[in-house]
Design a protein around this ligand. Structure first.
Ligand code: UD1
Length: 418
């Protein structure tokens, strides 16, 4: 099994080009079920994307990947399969996003319930709630969601009881083909969802957004034309390298981004004392000699993302005094804490809040990655730790970070995969 070895305390300098967003690409790939011919650019070639492509191939979509250009071509085959089997959905929850488009286009779908997840229970009740409101008949049998809408889905008004990224996406994908107008209230409005909306508009759907309300009017065209779409940058990858810069950057330039989308992250890093300079499409970041403490709560966008909680916590270990992070989105997302503590961090968890005392001297250790973002927090900790850090189970990292070691190596980090 592969491991990452990091020799810490090496100042970082150089530039990092941010990849396309994994979390934007996944729902757009599911949306390809609604199209005939799609060319996607700026696709991050990470494990989760290949898992989704395997699912699309099973469903009946021809996939061609131009590896060196990060382009994917998707073409619908004549024969479509409305089944998404367990073996292709169990490793990645986003597989459940094919439910909405299959149901709306083919009036039926059988999709495996996604498997458990280490960061929380992560049910799909809100996805099903929205589809039922659109007129789907749904039953759960033998671990599968069996959905049917014999006469097609019908537009309606839906108000989500709580904000969910995946449920908003599945509802949008289903409402795309529903008769008449659909209004979704209390939606997630993450930049990745806005990217999906841009894609659906290219397919001909009329969509308006006001605050957390999204209105869609069905597209009656046959979607014959070819759709080209460039995926938005990965704001979580950008945020991760911003934290690296604040921790140990002589100067890192984060490129191919839109700093406006990272407003919350930039404000927090500035409050903690990091030196940040923005241009229209890049951010330069330098560490400071004295980091200040801060209190942060994870929230839906435009709030601070849960996907950057573990990374920010590493920065907090270097601030003078006690910082706090309250995790509001997932109930079990502090699994990086025991590993960071083994490296010398002083962190106490009370209910959903982590209290981080700093500054702590971190020392290299052999640690275990538990999920995607937890793993990358261990990489960040390794970069500032004395001696050598060994990170096991790095397949978690490969699910979502493209070329992680190369990007860091280009900034002079001492990191290698063995
Ligand atoms: C997406 C992101 C993930 C991110 C999360 C929150 C992708 C592929 N993944 O995950 O990286 O951490 O948003 O920003 O884009 N919930 C329910 N019922 C449901 C659905 C969700 O109770 O039917 C709960 C979840 O358990 C969680 C909360 O709602 O507590 C938010 O989850 P959600 O926004 O749906 O996250 P995902 O779409 O799974």
């Amino acid at each position: 099994m592969q491991k990452l070895l990091i020799k810490g305390k090496k100042e970082l300098s150089g530039s990092i080009s941010i990849s396309g967003s994994k979390n934007a690409t996944l729902p757009i790939l599911a949306a390809a079920i609604l199209a005939n011919d799609v060319k996607l650019l700026n696709v991050p070639l990470v494990k989760d994307i290949f898992t989704m492509l395997d699912l699309l191939k099973f469903i009946g979509i021809k996939v061609k990947v131009e590896n060196n250009k990060r382009i994917i071509h998707l073409q619908k085959e004549k024969q479509i399969n409305t089944l998404a089997p367990y073996k292709l959905v169990k490793t990645m929850r986003a597989g459940v996003l094919v439910l909405g488009p299959l149901l709306t286009k083919y009036k039926k779908a059988k999709v495996s319930l996604p498997g458990g997840c280490s960061i929380g229970t992560r049910p799909v009740d809100l996805h099903l709630f929205a589809l039922k409101k659109l007129g789907a008949k749904i039953k759960i049998k033998d671990g599968y969601i069996i959905a049917e809408a014999k006469k097609g889905l019908i537009g309606t008004k839906i108000k989500f009881p709580t904000i969910s990224v995946g449920a908003t996406e599945n509802a949008l994908l289903a409402a795309f083909g529903a008769k008449g107008k659909t209004t979704l209230n209390n939606c997630a409005i993450e930049p990745e969802i806005l990217d999906l909306i841009i894609f659906l508009k290219k397919l001909g759907c009329k969509i308006e957004i006001t605050g957390r309300k999204i209105t869609l009017i069905r597209n009656n065209n046959k979607n014959k034309k070819k759709i080209n779409h460039k995926v938005i940058f990965d704001r979580i990858e950008a945020g991760t390298y911003l934290v690296a810069g604040a921790l140990i950057g002589k100067k890192i330039v984060i490129k191919q981004i839109n700093p406006k989308i990272l407003k919350c992250e930039i404000d927090i890093l500035k409050k903690m004392g990091a030196k940040i300079f923005k241009t229209k499409n890049s951010i330069s970041i330098l560490k400071t000699s004295r980091l200040k403490t801060i209190k942060v709560s994870t929230k839906a966008y435009p709030g601070f993302p849960t996907d950057l909680q573990a990374q920010l916590m590493v920065l907090m270990t270097q601030a003078e005094g006690i910082s706090k992070i309250k995790e509001n989105i997932f109930e079990n997302r502090f699994m990086h804490v025991p590993e960071l503590k083994r490296m010398g961090a002083k962190i106490e968890i009370r209910k959903q809040t982590a209290f981080i005392s700093g500054p702590s001297k971190l020392t290299g250790a052999e640690v275990m990655a538990t999920d995607l973002r937890a793993s990358v927090s261990l990489v960040l900790a390794g970069l500032i730790a004395d001696n050598r850090t060994v990170i096991n189970r790095i397949y978690h990292l490969d699910r979502g970070y493209e070329q992680l070691e190369n990007k860091l190596k280009n900034c002079k980090a001492q990191i290698k995969r063995v």
